[in-house]
Ligand binder design. Structure first.
Ligand SMILES: Cc1ncc(COP(=O)(O)O)c(C=O)c1O
Length: 370
């Protein structure tokens, strides 16, 4: 297999654990195993007695029931539990596409949805963001014009990494109507779902809302448990699940039993995790607001209505890569430059972590010296 290096993951491999401060993480604050187990009576003892044998390829039935509870109509039969969100992106693409197929990708994007189909000889078409008065939008009429009889999958991500865009209910409905008209699968990366800043912004998972919709979920982001490496595909289309499950037998076969157990505890207590993470977000957002208001000559941002990340436009000419390298060198602070997404002139910030106020102070003093 010949595939492009994953620029974002390469960048994090280099700097994530060496930078002293970070303003760019996409996950919410994590927690210890002890704190997670303390959320449920008897969980600690059950965890100690957990059997370390192989688990079911589709995922433990109890865990699938806990995941199904996060959807409106989908049941435990409509789920395949995988390793993180990355494995199901890889497996889905390998299972459902072949050379010569066309896919449309909401762009900029988490690179695997472009690079994996590309590595298989598919034609990858970018459905590119447009900024209108600083607000990211995606033009549905433009999307429909890109569709041909070879288009197999539309890859979307909502809430969106990196722009913070999130589809409204009306836009979701219109997008599904387009896909249905052309008999196209929608692969919807929903790793930031349930982190809407107000309940009114919540939309159904695409796996619930569309018979050929596939929702990608994970414990990593909204729930803040990336170390579990538990993610899933949720769809009513059993053929897709079966094809992906057959490929999974060539990668991880089944999931880690301790992780499955802990993910179940997390999901049964997900409101607690979400409330905690939304409260961190709500504490951090006003700090960013004040910062960007004060430095409006240098930066402008779209404040999202969902998710833990935003994309910041640089109103000066230094290249985003060079700027991020300078911030890292002089302030030991990590930013994620837009160039990593092939979208220069921006950088990504996060606001789901407790350490944001301190990191923002470091950035502020850097800016003042600059
Ligand atoms: C949009 C999106 N999809 C998928 C992933 C991969 O998630 P995981 O690390 O849980 O595999 C990420 C991680 O940053 C992401 O931002």
């Amino acid at each position: 297999m010949t595939i492009k290096p994953f620029r974002l993951e390469r960048y994090y491999t280099l700097y994530e654990f060496t930078a002293k401060y970070s303003l760019c993480n996409s996950d919410c604050e994590a927690m210890s195993i002890g704190d997670l187990l303390a959320l449920e009576d008897g969980a600690q003892e059950k965890f100690n007695n957990l059997w370390l044998g192989y688990t079911e390829t589709k995922g433990h039935p109890a865990l699938r029931r806990d995941i199904a509870a996060t959807y409106e109509q989908l049941s435990d039969e409509d789920l395949l539990v995988c390793t993180g969100a990355q494995e199901p992106i890889f497996l889905f693409s390998q299972a459902m596409l072949k050379a010569g197929d066309e896919v449309i990708v909401q762009t900029p994007c988490y690179q695997s949805v472009q690079s994996i189909p590309e590595s298989m000889g598919c034609k990858v078409m970018d459905w590119l963001v447009k900024y209108e008065n600083g607000v990211p939008t995606f033009d549905l009429a433009e999307l429909e014009k890109m569709i041909t009889n070879k288009t197999k999958v539309i890859y979307i991500n909502t809430p969106h990494n990196p722009t913070g865009f999130h589809f409204s209910k009306e836009q979701q409905k219109a997008l599904i109507e387009i896909a249905r008209r052309h008999n196209i699968i929608i692969f919807s990366d929903e790793v930031y779902r349930e982190l809407e800043h107000q309940p009114v912004y919540a939309i159904s998972g695409f796996g619930d809302a569309y018979e050929n919709g596939v929702s990608l979920g994970v414990m990593s982001k909204a729930y803040g448990l990336p170390g579990l490496r538990i993610g899933w595909l949720a769809t009513k289309n059993q053929e897709i699940l079966e094809k992906v499950a057959m490929l999974k037998e060539y990668t991880t076969i089944c999931n880690s039993a301790p992780s499955e157990f802990l993910a179940g505890v997390g999901l049964r207590n997900r409101q607690h995790l979400l409330d905690r993470n939304l409260s961190i977000i709500n504490q951090n957002l006003p700090l960013y607001d004040a910062f960007f208001e004060k430095h409006a000559d240098l930066f402008s941002w779209y404040k999202p209505n969902a998710g833990p990340i935003a994309f910041v436009k640089m109103n000066f000419t230094t290249a985003d890569m060079a700027f991020s390298q300078r911030v890292l060198k002089e302030a030991k602070l990590l930013l994620l430059p837009g160039g990593i997404y092939d979208y220069p002139g921006f950088f990504r910030i996060g606001f789901g972590r407790k350490a944001i106020p301190e990191a923002l102070e470091v950035f502020e003093s850097f800016i003042e010296k600059m």
